[in-house]
Design a protein around this ligand. Structure first.
Ligand code: SF4
Length: 463
């Protein structure tokens, strides 16, 4: 597709003038205004090798993130519906040729049981994930699952936003998906590098590069406002992948007036009998991975960056500081795992890939507080119709913070009251007090009013 201009990306990667340190420094200074950087400037930032300039870029990424999102980290969990798949992606344990995987598909009742298990942990936001299969992950089935999950109500606690990661649809198909009241539609190109894509996807509908790379446009045409893109780092060279991701984001912004709501940065992890995951063709080391996230934060300051539990806990802590705004917590990547709690050796026979962070939601919530990040379970924007360009307009004027802070603190308080373990509750309540003390009188009063209503027994209240 011409919006992924491989020739241009390669010429930027090979442009010697983009190694100039003075120029790299100037780009970082400019980026601090939170107005983004061009593709060419992003290429220069990816070339940084000086420790001093790298540190300056990491600190700029942190500053930009805090300016736009404050210290909030939005929390969600994936819910896998099936590991049956007609595709054959060489990096995925779900691929059709993998005879070592135990196959399992959830019914609507099973999906409800999984969602209830997540509600009982304190989750409010889910990402439905499934392999591509005409029956086990059809749009109609996903609609039935979503309706059932939204109907769960446990003393006012419920799943309040369901995002969906599924195979590309036609515009008509996306209209049907939108009618189920989904939050974000997310799809990763995996690799934007055409030749690598062809090798990694030898058969099945996913082998069609163009159909996949244009999926987001069809989703937007169908009226889905919030869309998420991503690359699976480790398949192709990381500078290429980062610049291609940004090309995609810029293209969407130019064509539709609003870029992606989120960018995900999954990195290859070992997966059962998946050759490309066991030996990544272009493995990305931790420092380069940190650089990728920082460059994305500088380039598209208003786009959420999602970091999953693929990464181990200590690295996640470090990466939160360079611009991550959403994280998964307490995740499982096999259908039925939340309810069944399989032994880890048994779990490996069902899951899509191995996780790096095995901590529970409660442990992660406490850790976030210890590190100075506010865990947010807020879903208010989506439910108040502040999506797409309406969300971006608020974000760009800085007004979103006045709404987000009370909502984040209130949903955090709800979590502490209903689900937190004792240590997390003690740490969290102290942290919440400190956060409130930092706010203006107006924001503090608004928040205290909501918190009081939670203490009186109300749930699911927001601005
Ligand atoms: S990555 Fe997705 S499409 Fe590919 S085999 Fe795995 S589940 Fe199927």
């Amino acid at each position: 597709m011409n919006f992924i201009d491989e020739e241009n990306i390669n010429s930027l990667i090979n442009d010697k003038s983009l190694h100039d340190e003075k120029h790299q420094w100037e780009i970082i200074v400019k980026a601090k205004e939170a107005k983004g950087v061009s593709l060419k400037e992003a290429a220069a930032l990816l070339n940084i090798t000086s420790q001093e300039i790298l540190e300056e870029m990491f600190s700029a990424a942190k500053e930009i993130k805090e300016k736009i999102y404050g210290n909030r980290l939005v929390i969600f969990a994936p819910l896998y519906l099936t590991n049956l798949c007609v595709n054959n992606c060489l990096y995925c344990a779900f691929r059709v040729d993998n005879k070592e995987l135990e196959r399992k598909s959830l019914t609507v009742d099973d999906a409800e049981a999984e969602a209830r298990a997540l509600v009982q942990q304190g989750q409010k936001r889910l990402l439905l994930v499934c392999g591509e299969h005409p029956k086990k992950s059809s749009t109609k089935f996903i609609g039935e699952v979503i309706e059932r999950i939204y109907s769960i109500n446990e003393d006012g606690n419920n799943i309040r936003r369901i995002n969906v990661n599924m195979a590309p649809l036609s515009v008509e198909g996306f209209r049907e998906l939108k009618s189920f009241d989904i939050g974000t539609y997310q799809i990763f190109q995996e690799t934007y590098h055409y030749d690598t894509y062809k090798i990694m996807h030898p058969s099945g509908p996913k082998s069609d590069y163009d159909w996949r790379v244009t999926a987001i446009e069809r989703a937007l045409e169908a009226g889905i406002d919030d869309v998420g893109i991503g690359s699976l780092f480790g398949l192709a060279e990381y500078k290429f992948e980062t610049l291609a991701l940004l090309s995609h984001a810029f293209h969407l912004e130019n064509k539709f007036g609003v870029g992606p709501h989120t960018i995900s940065v999954p990195r290859l992890e070992p997966a059962l009998n998946a050759p490309a995951a066991l030996q990544p063709p272009h493995a990305v080391d931790d420092l380069s991975f940190k650089k990728i996230i920082a460059v994305l934060r500088l380039a598209v300051p208003y786009t959420g960056i999602i970091l999953s539990t693929r990464e181990r806990a200590e690295l996640r802590r470090e990466l939160f500081a360079v611009g991550v705004s959403q994280i998964s917590a307490g995740s499982k990547t096999a259908p039925g795992s939340y309810k069944e709690s399989r032994e880890s050796a048994n779990e490996a026979k069902f899951e899509q890939f191995q996780l790096g962070d095995h901590r529970s939601l409660d442990e992660i919530v406490k850790d976030c507080c210890d590190l100075g990040y506010l865990p947010s379970f807020c879903t208010a924007c989506y439910r108040s119709n502040r999506t797409g360009d309406r969300f971006m307009a608020l974000a760009k004027t800085g007004d979103i913070g006045k709404i987000c802070v009370p909502n984040a603190l209130t949903t955090f308080h709800e979590y502490l009251v209903d689900y937190a373990g004792e240590q997390t509750r003690i740490t969290g309540q102290e942290f919440l007090k400190e956060q409130l003390a930092k706010e203006s009188d107006t924001v503090r009063n608004k928040t205290e009013n909501l918190i009081h209503r939670i203490d009186e027994g109300e749930r699911d209240i927001y601005f």
